[in-house]
Design a protein around this ligand. Structure first.
Ligand code: ZN
Length: 448
């Protein structure tokens, strides 16, 4: 039997809080899970700074990746049971695609790093490019495992993730408006944060999902289940992913890494606080193995060291991050740049370097993209299939979804040190501080 189809002597299970059991039958899947590159995902939190707001959100990219694999596996099972292809090109499910789909599902986030979003911003890394590299570069264990399937298998798996793989059913299973990735993270993030917004009926969605010649569609009689999923997704963005305190901690993290990088480049970082594993990134010259050595724990350890720095900004920002002292924030109108400039001047007047002590941040998301003919089909709208075989787009039939379609959910925030409005924490009491407070009170909504 070929390695691709080689089954374990006995099925293996991983106990999971969201899916109960995650079933592994293929040797290649178990071998991928056991690579150092995949095990590294245990040490990277799925939601980064969100755990500063929702303390339960300590779950890792490892657990999410296994979850996406499990949902993809259930989709394959369902397709194979109910819609097996009989002749090539009949638009039904060809089960020889199962292994590439499962490997892509498992590995879709393998290139994520510690505090991904912020890290990428400061050091110009790109987790999608790194995902591709980990899969296709001969230096990795992941690549060695995939090569055992066939010479072109690593490339195939990478092409599913970058959406260029020819079988659109496989591509849409991993990335589309209603895919295994999003379904897992909504359920898992909802479970781990202890919120119920992201909950929806996964069992039923899997039941109404079906393959067709251009990808994946859903039975019309399951429309309300999909509506529930779309609304849940919007709620998670508004209530969890965009939470102002998590964003504030991300701003601090960003400024902390930036300060360390600036000091290093100016030759002012104390030798005993040197973050050796970050130096290749400070120099913008890093290899894949440099990248794979980083995780949340490594970064947090450096942050703890930096609390002792003689540089007042570095030690202060490290303290704010490690001991959770978020900046305060105020909403602002993105057209109104003069207000931002005025507030920045006031913060500077209070003695803060605005490069490291203020930030603006805009979060936006589309709860549901409408169908756009210019885009590839996989970015298009969720397709529902009528009993007579005709298709209709979700937002054409769902009033609920139409309301949120193409509606940008966004918020602009200005971040600043909390002492400026918390009088019990401030030593300096200057007219400048007075004015800043007045300004914030009159024009803005403060978020605790
Ligand atoms: Zn993912």
């Amino acid at each position: 039997m070929s390695y691709a189809n080689q089954l374990l002597p006995r099925e293996k299970v991983f106990r999971d809080p969201v899916h109960n059991y995650i079933y592994v039958r293929h040797q290649v899947i178990l071998d991928l899970i056991n690579t150092p590159e995949f095990q590294r995902l245990r040490r990277i939190k799925q939601l980064g700074t969100s755990s500063f707001t929702f303390h339960g959100a300590e779950h890792s990219r490892f657990t999410h990746s296994l979850g996406v694999y499990e949902i993809a596996r259930r989709i394959c099972n369902n397709f194979q049971r109910n819609f097996p292809s009989k002749t090539p090109g009949d638009g039904l499910w060809d089960d020889s695609e199962r292994i590439v789909a499962l490997c892509a599902a498992l590995l879709h986030d393998i290139g994520h790093g510690a505090y991904s979003h912020t890290f990428e911003h400061i050091f110009h890394t790109d987790h999608e490019a790194i995902t591709r590299k980990i899969i296709t570069n001969p230096s990795t264990q992941v690549n060695k495992v995939l090569l055992q399937v066939s010479d072109d298998f690593p490339q195939k798996v990478a092409s599913v993730i970058d959406k260029s793989y020819p079988n659109k059913q496989v591509v849409q299973m991993i990335s589309s408006q209603c895919d295994a990735d999003r379904m897992d993270y909504l359920l898992r993030d909802s479970y781990s944060t202890g919120t119920s917004y992201g909950n929806f009926d996964l069992t039923r969605i899997l039941r109404i999902m079906r393959p067709y010649e251009n990808g994946i569609c859903f039975d019309m009689n399951g429309m309300h289940t999909i509506e529930d999923y779309i609304i849940g997704r919007m709620q998670m963005y508004l209530q969890v992913y965009f939470h102002p305190v998590s964003r504030s901690m991300e701003v601090i993290l960003n400024h902390l890494l930036l300060r360390a990088k600036d000091l290093y480049r100016a030759n002012q970082l104390e030798p005993e606080l040197m973050p050796y594993l970050l130096i290749p990134f400070f120099n913008q010259e890093f290899s894949l193995s440099d990248y794979l050595e980083l995780d949340d724990g490594v970064l947090n350890t450096y942050f703890i060291h930096w609390k002792k720095s003689n540089d007042p900004i570095l030690s202060d920002l490290a303290h704010r991050f490690i001991d959770r002292r978020p900046f305060k924030s105020a909403k602002y109108d993105k057209e109104d740049l003069s207000t931002i400039n005025k507030m920045k001047k006031l913060v500077a007047g209070c003695g803060y370097d605005t490069k490291y002590y203020t930030g603006i941040d805009n979060s936006f998301n589309l709860p549901y993209d409408s169908y756009d003919t210019k885009k590839e089909i996989h970015d298009g709208q969720i397709k529902l299939i009528n009993p007579d075989g005709s298709f209709v787009g979700l937002s054409d039939v769902s009033d609920l979804v139409r309301v949120v379609t193409n509606k940008i959910v966004s918020e602009n925030r200005f971040f600043f040190p909390r002492e400026l409005i918390k009088s019990d924490e401030i030593n300096l009491f200057s007219p400048m501080v007075e004015e800043f407070r007045k300004h914030i009170k009159n024009d803005h909504i403060i978020n605790e």
